[in-house]
Design a protein around this ligand. Structure first.
Ligand SMILES: [Zn+2]
Length: 237
């Protein structure tokens, strides 16, 4: 069973990969802009972003696969199974994120800082994407009836993630089909964590459920109204 310490350790390895990727991005970005004379080389930024998230996304997915296998080895389940490693973010997706991120360079007052901020958020999400996908895909393929929970981590957790966390370890392909559970906003540091039958989630699900129910009692059944209420009540995003 994953303990809070297991989740924290895994999150730290993922955060390290993101940190190194963002440092590489920032260094490259600075050089690019220092040498820039004419038009913004959007294609070059797209290509760099795609390569960067492929390299670090692969490492993140590998770590996620190892983590899954290790947790499963200590779980009370029978049968052999190995984690399914997901591919890095597709090149086209990474290019689209980069294209969107550099928008502020084309305003009436080009804003390099905002562009790098956007791009950094996108790179963080895309580096972690294959790791998150590795957990979700492995849960789906695991014959031992695994589920995953969105385990909040870090200092603040947004209302959207708290709502998903309040449901505990329910997520698998049928549960998430067409739903929002596989969506992660930029800079989200929640950790999808596998849970096998008979195990407990490595966080206080009830506390999040109480929060959610308190907001629901005031706001009614509409999910967006509930999220707005949670933001108001908890003073969060
Ligand atoms: Zn989150």
């Amino acid at each position: 069973m994953a303990t809070p310490a297991d989740v924290a350790a895994f999150r730290a390895t993922q955060t390290d990969l993101v940190t190194v990727a963002l440092a590489e991005l920032a260094e490259w970005w600075e050089q690019l802009l220092a040498l820039l004379t004419g038009d913004v080389p959007v294609a070059q930024i797209e290509a760099f972003t795609a390569d960067l998230v492929a390299v670090y996304g692969d490492a993140a997915a590998l770590a996620a696969g190892d983590w899954y296998d290790e947790l499963r080895e200590h779980a009370d389940v029978s049968g052999r199974f190995r984690a399914r490693m997901a591919d890095p973010a597709p090149q086209g997706q990474a290019e689209a994120v980069a294209r969107w991120a550099v928008g502020p360079l084309f305003g009436a007052q080009p804003d390099q800082h905002a562009a790098l901020e956007h791009l950094s958020g996108g790179v963080q999400r895309l580096v972690l994407q294959p790791a998150r996908q590795t957990i979700a895909d492995s849960v789906d393929a695991d014959p031992a009836d695994a589920r995953w929970a969105r385990v909040p981590s870090g200092r603040t957790t947004c209302a959207f993630c708290r709502l998903l966390a309040s449901r505990g370890a329910v997520y698998h392909s049928e549960e998430t089909a067409g739903g929002l559970a596989n969506g992660y906003h930029g800079r989200c540091d929640c950790v999808p964590t596998p849970v096998w039958p008979g195990e407990q989630e490595p966080y206080d699900v009830d506390a999040f459920l109480e929060e959610y129910e308190a907001a629901r009692a005031k706001a009614g059944g509409d999910p967006n109204a509930i999220l707005a209420q949670m933001r108001l009540d908890l003073g969060i995003n």
